[in-house]
Design a protein around this ligand. Structure first.
Ligand code: CP3
Length: 365
């Protein structure tokens, strides 16, 4: 575990090294396509059920409730940083937190995911989604402020769900394999679809702005289910709204990451939405992804989370392959292709962090 302390100038120091803040961290530098001391690594869902300390702290607290308690958010966010020595923390929250703050009644059901009491069906339902500001999510403002102070040089990533993925939960009423109702609305009533996504983009942008104002060093926009769409439909029905969010943060001064699953055919279009970094799942090798995304963006990914359940020599070979393919990109943030699976041995995650650092160390400090 890396010790964090604060020196006399008020600048946080790690392991006694002189430091310059998260702006100059390996993670932020890679997002900006700048050289750094090593390839940075963090894991989507690094805080969560793979960690016994997480399971313990969450034992009697519901998911949404825990997202609204700043002291729990802070502790859970820090757990994987302490344990694994990852290069970034990600705020513990959920993509539906701002939607709940906007007035939509919902819950996160263990083993299922978000469940919405009254799914969105018409224009009146869209009006139920109210605009939000800092006072609607005071617990996020407080947790980010505390975390930024605690983390010192380690950057904190803020995040939100993208309009399409949020719309899918709101229209379906819960998780869906086919996104059939969502697609039926999109194709059957485009004005209503666009009104819904425009409202969600507004909520998402406001939610990310709260996190940026409180001090996050980067943001990630999760469009987890965008891979369900053809490129033509993505461009027509989704890209304008994700662009509203990402370009709306152009003046925020923090790198923007844009992530989805099953997006091989969409990588070029997703790259156009305005992010600095495009997340890639395990289906597309990073060198191929880089050709699709172009030279102006860094990539993030893309070890298959299931590989972490295999014996260590397999994990090591796959980490080496991902790093090798990532060399084709103008910047590479090592991650999984999707979130950590709950059954993952946390010691394997710690070993992956150490291996990535060791294999990519440049001697630059
Ligand atoms: O470490 C991190 O990545 C930060 C925490 C985080 C959570 N959710 C915590 C969480 C993040 C970034 C999310 C985003 C999120 N939530 C997404 C986008 C990322 C992705 O996985 O594609 C989506 C689609 C959701 C919706 C959601 N919330 C699902 C599908 C689930 C899983 C349901 C289940 O129980 O299997 C959740 C619940 C959730 N969000 C958990 C965590 C740690 C598990 C709840 C628990 O521990 O009880």
């Amino acid at each position: 575990m890396a010790a964090m302390s604060t020196d006399s100038t008020g600048t946080a120091a790690r392991d006694g090294q002189p430091t310059t803040g998260p702006e100059d961290s390996a993670f932020v530098r890679a997002c900006r396509r700048q050289a750094g001391p090593h390839t940075p690594v963090w894991f989507m869902r690094q805080a969560g059920r793979s960690l016994p300390e997480y399971r313990e702290i969450r034992a009697n607290v519901g998911m949404l409730e825990s997202c609204r308690r700043p002291e729990l958010v802070t502790e859970i966010t820090l757990q994987p940083v302490r344990r694994h020595g990852v290069d970034a923390a990600i705020l513990f929250s959920d993509i539906v937190v701002p939607v709940a703050a906007a007035g939509i009644e919902l819950d996160i059901v263990p083993g299922t995911g978000p469940v919405v009491a009254q799914p969105i069906r018409d224009a009146d339902d869209v009006e139920r989604i109210r605009p939000i500001g800092r006072d609607d999510v005071p617990y996020v403002d407080e947790a980010v402020t505390t975390l930024v102070a605690e983390l010192g040089d380690t950057p904190l990533i803020g995040f939100a769900g993208a309009p399409f993925t949020l719309a899918s939960y709101l229209v379906e009423g819960g998780p869906s394999r086919t996104h059939a109702r969502t697609k039926a609305l999109m194709h059957g009533d485009p004005p209503l679809w666009h009104a819904l996504c425009a409202r969600l983009a507004e909520v998402t942008l406001a939610f990310l702005r709260v996190q940026v104002a409180a001090g996050v060093s980067a943001v990630q926009l999760f469009d987890s289910w965008a891979g369900a769409l053809s490129e033509a439909d993505y461009r027509r029905y989704v890209l304008p709204h994700s662009t509203t969010v990402l370009s709306g943060l152009a003046d925020a001064g923090v790198p923007r990451i844009h992530f989805g699953v099953g997006t091989a055919e969409l990588l070029g279009a997703m790259g156009e939405a305005g992010a600095d970094v495009v997340g890639v799942d395990w289906r597309t090798p990073l060198d191929v992804a880089t050709r699709r995304i172009g030279p102006d963006r860094a990539v993030q990914g893309n070890l298959d989370p299931a590989v972490l359940l295999a014996p260590w020599p397999v994990v090591e070979a796959e980490v080496r392959r991902v790093l090798e393919e990532g060399r084709a990109a103008p910047g590479h943030v090592f991650n999984l292709g999707h979130g950590v699976l709950p059954e993952t041995d946390p010691d394997i995650l710690t070993r992956v962090v150490a291996l990535v650092h060791e294999l990519t160390a440049t001697g630059r400090s």
